[in-house]
Design a protein around this ligand. Sequence first.
Ligand code: GDP
Ligand code: MG
Length: 688
Amino acid sequence: MERVVTGGNGIVIALAGNPNTGKTSLFNFITGSRQHVGNYPGVTVEKKEGFARVDDVEVVFTDLPGTYSLSPNSPDEEVARNELLSGHIDCVIIVVDTTKLERQLYFAAQVIEFGIPCVVALNMFDEFEHSGASLDVEQLSRILGTPCVRTVGNRGKGVTELLAVALKAATGETPAVGKPPVYRHEMEHAIDRAMDTIRGKTPLGERWTAINLLLYGPSFLSETVRKSLSASDYHRIVEIRAHLETLEGASVRAIVTEGRYGYASGAAAECLKMEGQPAVSLSDAIDSIVVHRWLGFPIFLLILWGIFQATFRLGNYPMEWLGMLFDWMGTFAASVLPAGVVRSLVVDGVIGGVGGVLVFVPNIVFLFLFISVLEDTGYMARAAFIMDKVMHCFGLHGKSFIPMVVGFGCTVPAIMATRILENRRDRLITMFVLPFMSCGARLPVYILLAGAFFGPENAGNIIFSLYLVGVAAALLIARLLTSFQPSSSPFVMELPPYRIPTLRSVLLHIWERTWLYVRKAGTTILFISLVIWALMFFPRPPEPLEPSGSNTTHHLEHSFAGRFGKFIEPVLRPLGFDWRVGVALTAGFAAKEVIVSTLGTVYSIREEETGGAEVSLQESLRTDPLFNPVKGYGLMLFILLYVPCAATLAVVKREAGGWKWAVLLAIYTTAVAWMVSFTFIRLAQMIG
Ligand code: GDP
Ligand code: MG
């Protein structure tokens, strides 16, 4: 579903609109896909494509990032804009939040101006009706010149009608090229003259191209279109603009903005009827407490704390059952397989590796249950609002908090989410601190280690503290990186109304994450576990030299992994970790969950050959003389901060534009991890 090649003669319909208007919800209903929906702006940053059959016609749908304008400001706006410019779209469904009709028509005006068939989806119609207002839909259709359809995106209402109307618009069966805004007299005059200049030289709409040339100059045009215009054409445009601006005493931008606002408010005024005074909404009442100046932040922390407590405590029981299941499978496999390579492969490599990671599925389910409820109710948008001030103190843009929240799930989409940031400096800095936001893959490692060294009563608090340390590290480092030039761009974020999440949406969200985790366990992690197992198993030490009973540690040391661990051990010795931890940490570079499975393999190889009774990995860690709670916490700090996984580095390379950024990121995060962990362990040991 991720990449569908658009091409051929198929019909392409795009969903466009402001952020948080329900585009993705509609897209999911139309195509049956499961893209991420959240009650805050900035969730979709890439276009997504999917198929649907409408009246036996195969249609490609694309879900564009939500933007407030089609001007080339930030990368996500550019995605939306380029998509329109590409020329393969047959119809645009302009998704508007009907409760904010006037403001949303400002965006609609820009799409309509593009001169392409459009259909307006009057989404959130349920909330709109609830507010007691009413709308003359036919009148609005007449004014805009495009069909308008009422929809409720999160429940799929009106989708069938919307599709039928959009298909007719796309095929030209019903006229749907809307009526664009008309500007002031002198501006219209300038547009006419600019159109004369470019006539026949652009495949795009002439009026639209003329307006945009006057606004932005040639930079927004694609290479081919740019070349079809001559230097004297450009010169002419510049003249027209200069003439207009002196005549009107205002910039083209101001004139165009005014015209579009006039269009939007005029249309809204004609069709909207408000009944009575809007009462103080429940959303406002909740917000007076939740985003309160002093209470907001403590409430936010309390909610986070609650989440990690609950994730650990609720997840603990099913986790134990799953643990028993895998133990039983291991014991069973060990009893039917003869001792040797195969047995070790199955028991230590496969069951120990994959099972070790799968036992944490319940925790993942709970974590994402809470995160998705926070997202869908709209609380995350408040969190970003609360954090805005904090972020500014650290020189970051308030918008950076959105990628940071995404980073609690997985760093890879979080890096992508930095596309909502307009300036490159903010993007780079945010990318550089994002890996400190502890991702879902690290959770199993904490659960294992925190449970082992701090017991079930304290584990929740310990995990919460790690997440806080991660956020603090991200902010402090951002502060360091931005101290040269503080951010200037202000952050305006709309607070969406609180919404009761639909069960469907929450379940989909959990399923999406959990399935990703399970699939990763069955593929990537299985593969890496097998590689690591082999590296730990081979080469076998020459048999006769091994006095039976104590050959385990010696055997591991003799293996490839062991030798490698020994090689890097000097780096870890000041922290008090040995080569086995080194092996686990190195393996964690492939994927963080692998730290768990590698430790599992290290300890199970050891146990098996000491012929000891079955003990859990947590038990083995607890009783290992190498560890104590201080070192355990130091190790967790290291895992929190050190090099992000390979997938993250790859996406940083792509988004930041070059391997040098990825390499720099890998080196500096590991250095930070080492220093923080070292300082913590030494200080704690000094204090006692
Ligand atoms: P996008 O940013 O435009 O892609 O918007 P999303 O599809 O992510 O939806 C934003 C939020 O609005 C989510 O919480 C949806 O569940 C919710 N939502 C979407 N459509 C409707 C609707 O018609 N009515 C109501 N009440 N909520 C909606
Ligand atoms: Mg979206």
